[in-house]
Design a protein around this ligand. Structure first.
Ligand code: MLT
Length: 411
């Protein structure tokens, strides 16, 4: 008799964005005439940078000739892409990253979900609350989280509440934790940490032999000068931090799929008997076994992001979305809604009017003005009473959505 992994049965309902899609589709089938504007999942709408398109066309042609044909890609990614990543994303910022510390992958979602496989089941995890649901759900599947309480919290997870009251800055845990998930600029709140604030986490991790899993997928949206782009800007972070980056939001690769993870060779976790193990080597072994790499064509497309034209085109893409963010932020403020984020991030986190609960506000927006967003509570208990809108829509839809908020929403 085949037995299931019962940890999977502990997961409540659907994955957040699948649940939203389900509700929107149900509404749409009852109201086929509704012109729904989707500002829920953070999916990009602008085409790929022209530099990437051209590079991928060329790569397709190369695949058609015996002299230039490519078979299985390198497990950790092609040199041509890794060298550009190191040069532009790190060296230019004065950060040391070596060739064998970068692992190209098909997404920060899969990497942040899979990384927990390297760690023992008895590790205590800490997450900011609200949080990108993948970090928690992947640990539930692994059996690391305990039981789900009626307060929406897993018994073996430490929740670091981030609300307007603490300006969305997580406090260090009072108890000892082993794995800490941080995402800055934050999904969903759109807020950032200063280097000093990030340093407190690196110091905590060094003191407690903990590991920080730092999701930096929204780094390219940082606009203010004093916001760190990489956790490795903080001294000592190479000993304790793994960083995840993605081309999805930066260069419009949500449908094309390319990302990378940096694991410095110094990052160490331990066996029960205290023997130190290199997570870099363990991840290489894991990836070589379970992952066949990102296609040559896509990696050429990602490489082109780092060309002069590619960098200019990415800047324009980001500028486009950040203008959407401004339109949403200022539009909502003008009708008295309290908003956060949207300055160094494509997400706008708002307080639901009149203390309405997040799902009730979701339903209200869907029904009254046909606008879809993401209920804050879907990201964790501290997200209750908040709501997320993304700036990744088209300009036309973004302006139309704000206009509907202004003129049609009854609050
Ligand atoms: C989001 O909307 O939070 C993101 O699109 C999710 C993701 O990147 O997987």
């Amino acid at each position: 008799m085949a037995l299931v992994n019962e940890n999977h049965l502990k997961l409540p309902g659907n994955y957040l964005f699948a649940e939203i899609a389900k509700r929107v589709n149900a509404y749409k089938s009852e109201h086929p005439e509704a012109k729904i504007i989707r500002l829920g999942i953070g999916d990009v709408t602008r085409p790929l940078p022209q530099a990437s398109i051209e590079a991928m066309h060329k790569a397709v042609d190369e695949m058609g000739h015996v002299e230039t044909f490519q078979g299985y890609p390198e497990y950790e990614g092609y040199d041509f892409l890794i060298e550009k990543i190191i040069e532009v994303d790190y060296k230019k910022r004065g950060i040391k990253v070596e060739r064998d510390e970068v692992f190209v992958s098909d997404g920060a979602k899969s990497d942040t979900a899979n990384i927990q496989e390297l760690f023992g089941v008895n590790n205590k995890i800490a997450v900011t609350d609200p949080v990108y649901p993948v970090y928690v759900d992947s640990n539930v599947m692994a059996g690391r989280t305990g039981a789900l309480g009626s307060d929406g919290k897993w018994s073996n997870v430490v929740y670091l509440s981030c609300t307007a009251e603490n300006n969305f800055i997580p406090e260090l845990p009072k108890e000892k934790v082993d794995l800490i998930y941080l995402c800055f600029p934050n999904n969903p709140t759109g807020m950032t940490l200063t280097k000093e604030q990030l340093k407190a986490w690196v110091d905590y991790a060094r003191k407690n032999k903990a590991i920080i899993l730092f999701d930096s997928a929204y780094e390219a949206f940082i606009h203010e000068k004093d916001v760190p782009h990489s956790i490795y800007e903080v001294e000592g972070a190479r000993e304790v931090a793994i960083e995840f980056r993605s081309f999805s939001k930066t260069a419009g690769f949500t449908g094309t799929r390319c990302a990378y993870t940096v694991i410095p060779k110094e990052v160490t976790a331990y066996t029960a008997s205290g023997e130190a193990c290199s997570l870099n080597r363990m991840w290489y072994r894991r990836q070589a076994t379970k992952f066949n790499g990102v296609s040559y064509i896509v990696q050429r497309g990602a490489e082109a992001v780092y060309s002069e034209e590619g960098q200019q085109q990415v800047k324009e893409l980001i500028g486009y979305y950040m203008e959407n963010a401004r339109i949403i932020r200022e539009g909502l403020q003008s009708i008295g809604i309290q908003v956060f984020g949207g300055v160094n991030s494509p997400y706008i986190w708002l307080k639901t009017p009149k203390g309405m609960d997040s799902w009730a506000f979701f339903d209200k927006l869907l029904k009254e003005i046909n606008v879809v967003g993401t209920p804050g509570v879907g990201f964790g208990p501290s997200g209750e009473g908040y709501f997320r809108l993304t700036a990744f829509g088209s300009r036309e839809n973004t302006e139309e959505a704000v206009e509907r908020f202004r003129t049609k929403l009854k609050i």
